[in-house]
Design a protein around this ligand. Structure first.
Ligand code: MTE
Ligand code: MO
Length: 319
């Protein structure tokens, strides 16, 4: 998102040494805890080896043919405002994020509300690898091999009631590790929202990894959303709470700039952002001076799969 910077500080206040020290302390704590609990095997190892393998079975039906964006770019050019506003801030600062212990509460209009431990979620369904486009509202895009499974798999566990019309996603707000929370850029914690049928669509993915590895913290560890037909800000990172609701809540971006970021945020080249066109995009990694921009596709290229969700809806009024 493009917004005014409140201050030049943010992530630069955290020195690499501090990040490193925090992470090392935590790694030692979790290793000690795992030893004390007698845990062994890949689950406890992965808790402190942040580049641990997390393979997924490739799903051709959910794999776009585009060339994949290099891992280096995917993991170093990020939006994660809790860690700063510059694209390099999350990779520099998010090492401090505490990703264990971690739970996700699924609650609200459900028959069986439940708090899931991250390690239970990792085992809830077989991991799939799906290659999705991600199109940021700022006008750039990437192609990322995500690892995870459909969000619907999780939602079905809690028996949504007939009143569940919307799903709100609440993300982590760790005062101690997230320097961005000191600035009122957004109404923290960062929240997003989908309609229930969007949340249940098989393309909507709960993501735990990318490129066959556990998610780098800057990409939203230990779990995030990927909603490939919507602008990137809908794909909330580091989820802690999922609320099924009867009334539509407002998301953090709707509160911050309602005229710019609507409820739907479907990728739509025909509806310009109030301050710039959305007709084309720059694919990260392809950006030589002579490289033409790519035309942005309706629903980010996923129209065949999702257009039916919006039949009869005016997509200019409902942006
Ligand atoms: N919690 C949280 N989630 C977030 C954001 C954020 O600032 N905080 N930024 C969003 C935006 S604007 C984009 S484009 C994508 C970027 O995901 P990536 O850094 O993994 O490419 O994350 C989205 N999810
Ligand atoms: Mo974005």
């Amino acid at each position: 998102m493009l917004i005014r910077k409140p201050s030049p500080l943010l992530a630069s206040e955290i020195t690499p040494e501090e990040v490193w020290r925090t992470r090392r302390d935590w790694m030692m704590r979790s290793a000690a805890a795992a030893a004390a609990l007698g845990l062994s095997g890949w689950t406890s190892r992965r808790a402190w080896a942040d580049d641990a393998a997390l393979p997924g079975k490739p799903v051709p039906q959910f794999t776009v043919p585009d060339k994949q964006t290099a891992f280096k770019d995917v993991s170093s050019y990020n939006n994660y405002y809790e860690f700063g506003l510059d694209k390099g801030d999350p990779a520099r600062a998010a090492g401090a994020l505490k990703t264990r212990p971690w739970t996700v509460s699924v609650e609200g209009e459900v028959g069986k509300p439940r708090v899931f431990d991250i390690d239970a979620l990792l085992k809830l369904a077989p991991m799939e690898e799906r290659v999705y486009r991600l199109r940021c509202v700022e006008g750039w895009s990437m192609v990322i091999p995500w690892v995870g499974y459909s969000l619907s798999t999780l939602l079905k566990q809690v028996d949504p009631t007939g009143n569940a019309k919307y799903v709100e996603f609440v993300t982590a707000a760790q005062r101690e590790t997230m320097p961005g929370l000191r600035y009122p850029v957004l109404d923290w914690p960062y929240t997003e929202v989908l309609r229930m049928d969007e949340a249940m669509h098989p393309l909507t993915m709960l993501v735990f990894g990318l490129y066959g590895k556990v998610l780098p913290n800057q990409n939203g560890a230990p779990l995030r959303l990927a909603v490939p037909w919507k602008y990137g800000f809908k794909s909330a990172k580091s989820l802690v709470r999922i609320r099924l609701l009867e009334q539509a809540p407002r998301s953090s971006w709707m509160k911050a700039a309602p005229q710019e970021y609507g409820f739907y945020a479907n990728v739509n080249p025909q509806v310009p952002h109030p301050r710039w066109s959305q007709a084309t995009e720059r694919r990260i990694g392809e950006d030589g001076i002579f490289t033409p921009k790519r035309p942005t596709l309706m629903f980010n290229g996923y129209a065949d799969q999702v257009a039916a969700l919006y039949q009869g809806l005016d997509l200019r009024a409902n942006y």
